[in-house]
Design a protein around this ligand. Structure first.
Ligand SMILES: Cc1cc2nc3c(=O)[nH]c(=O)nc-3n(C[C@H](O)[C@H](O)[C@H](O)COP(=O)(O)OP(=O)(O)OC[C@H]3O[C@@H](n4cnc5c(N)ncnc54)[C@H](O)[C@@H]3O)c2cc1C
Length: 481
């Protein structure tokens, strides 16, 4: 027989202490969803079953005990740290879930200036870690726009990526070691070494598991010397997104590695660049590193740009000022909430990756289909912000007026149909439907198409590490219950 809500709460209190188990209704409502349902949340409408409790853990040992209990009683556990998820990864879709929150595990454990790495508990906010390592003249190189809120555990769990990725890579390139806890209570500490070939790279059982296989408790990331005085910034306007994509390819293929390489189409650019580039696409680069490298990279990019008369340089100060204000903190989210409630105009996003040969087709098809097929769209645009030698990402940004529907209908009327077009067209053209926000619970519909024959590996990993299926039900793989 299933254990009662009261029994779950009592057992959690016995493990993590009375004060660390929260059952207030408002807290449970907030814990039942994430920013995928921000429109519902802003209207105080909650459509998922409320969890039994939010339990704050303070050590890997406590995580182990909670997971062992939940595993034995087959209770759904939703791991959480910064609560900035955007794809439903935090939704509690079955009754009496436990939201296991690691945000109190917020100590920076070590900054090692010899081995150039930092170790932090899962609940350390990335911005706090970055500020601390800057005191030593270092950087993590990680700078997602959610840097002021996202925490180390969630950043690893979602395979996050930041704005300087073209130089530093994604979190998978930064993660040296990690400690994690499996549902049977086993605590595994994967040591931090520069590289090894001791069997498969087991970090990848942890990276991107989205809380669906294990709970990350400690993270070791690499550090780099930080030289802000040598940053060089360049910006250009142009008419066609397609031209910008080809230029970005040229720069990558020629071997240049700016830290930032971004391209906005005119629609997405409306929100950012109307004061100097109305109706235009904007292409921008930042180079960094030691002076010689940063300067040589900038010179190389300028040389390529000089061969493209379709691009007009803009004053770099304009780009620098814009870039300095790109991140999201709690105050900005509150501003958004007020604006959405006033206007009913909502902004949502879907990010994908694509080989160079497919990206233009995906961009054109998605723009055409969404603007033709979905009602009440006010803006549908995209930017590319992460470049590779073999392809690029596209971050579709869409705004729509929510018209003639209840808050709880917004997802099915607008957000999911748009996501469906983007995911299906991307997969069909040979790209990936998720570049960095994870699958969550709202891209599981296309996970078989995404992986094809390799879905076998994902399913086997889930069965092996979470045989009772208690970890974040409905995330990465669909819930069939
Ligand atoms: C305004 C905004 C801007 C964003 N910009 C970026 C960006 O530039 N780049 C980017 O990559 N992402 C971005 N994101 C998405 C989000 O911030 C990242 O996915 C981030 O990694 C989530 O970290 P978090 O600590 O908030 O995790 P949470 O939101 O708490 O959780 C995210 C997922 O990870 C799981 N999880 C959390 N903690 C753990 C843990 N300790 N162990 C196991 N699983 C865990 C959860 O179950 C959930 O599935 C943005 C989000 C917002 C709201």
């Amino acid at each position: 027989m299933a254990i009662s809500r009261e029994e779950i709460v009592a057992k959690l209190k016995s493990i993590v202490g009375e004060d660390n188990v929260v059952t207030d209704r408002a807290v449970l409502e907030d814990a039942s969803h994430d920013r995928f349902r921000k429109y519902e949340g802003y209207h105080h409408v909650y459509t998922n079953p409320l969890p039994a409790a939010v339990a704050f853990v303070n050590s890997a040992q406590e995580v182990s005990e909670v997971l062992r209990f939940c595993n034995a009683e087959k209770i759904n556990v939703v791991p959480r740290t910064g609560h900035s998820a955007t794809e439903g990864g935090l939704e509690t879709i079955v009754e009496n879930s436990v939201v296991l929150d690691g945000s109190h595990m917020n100590k920076i454990l070590d900054i090692d200036p010899v081995d150039m790495q930092a170790t932090a508990q899962c609940g350390v906010v990335l911005e706090d870690l970055e500020n601390e390592v800057r005191k030593y003249g270092f950087t993590t190189g990680h700078s997602p726009q959610s840097k002021p809120i996202a925490m180390m555990g969630g950043l690893v769990a979602t395979r996050s990526i930041g704005q300087f990725s073209t130089l530093y890579g994604g979190i998978e390139d930064m993660l040296a070691g990690v400690e994690t806890v499996f549902p049977d209570g086993t605590i595994c500490d994967i040591k931090a070494v520069p590289r090894r070939s001791a069997g498969p790279d087991i970090r990848h059982v942890v990276l991107g598991n989205e809380g669906a296989m294990n709970f990350i408790t400690k993270v070791t990331v690499k550090l780099w010397k930080y030289y802000p005085q040598f940053h060089e910034c360049m910006g250009y306007t142009l008419d066609r997104m397609q031209d910008g994509l080809r230029i970005m390819r040229e720069i990558m293929v020629e071997g240049y590695r700016p830290s930032v390489a971004r391209l906005y189409d005119a629609e997405d650019g409306k929100e950012h660049f109307s004061h100097f580039a109305a109706g235009k696409c904007v292409l921008l680069f930042v180079t960094e590193g030691p002076q010689l490298i940063s300067h040589a990279t900038a010179e190389g990019i300028r040389e390529i740009m000089a061969k493209h008369p379709e691009c007009t340089p803009v004053e770099s100060k304009l780009i620098e000022t814009w870039f300095a204000n790109l991140n999201w903190d709690a105050a900005r989210i509150e501003e958004e909430r007020k604006e959405v409630l006033e206007t009913n105009n909502v902004c949502c996003t879907t990010e994908i990756s694509a080989p160079w040969s497919a990206v233009e087709h995906i961009y054109e098809t998605c723009v055409k289909r969404v603007t033709e097929e979905i009602p009440d769209i006010t803006i549908f645009g995209a930017h590319a912000s992460h470049c590779y030698s073999n392809g690029i990402n596209l971050y579709f940004v869409y705004w729509y007026n929510v018209v003639d529907c209840k808050p709880e209908e917004e997802i099915t009327k607008y957000h999911l149909p748009i996501k469906k077009i983007i995911c299906e067209e991307t997969i069909k053209a040979g790209g990936s439907m998720c570049h960095h926000h994870g699958v969550g619970k709202h891209r599981v519909h296309w996970i078989d198409q995404e992986h094809g024959s390799a879905l076998y590996i994902v399913k086997r990993l889930k069965q092996a590490f979470d045989p009772n299926g208690i970890m974040n039900i409905g995330t990465i793989l669909p819930y069939k219950g």
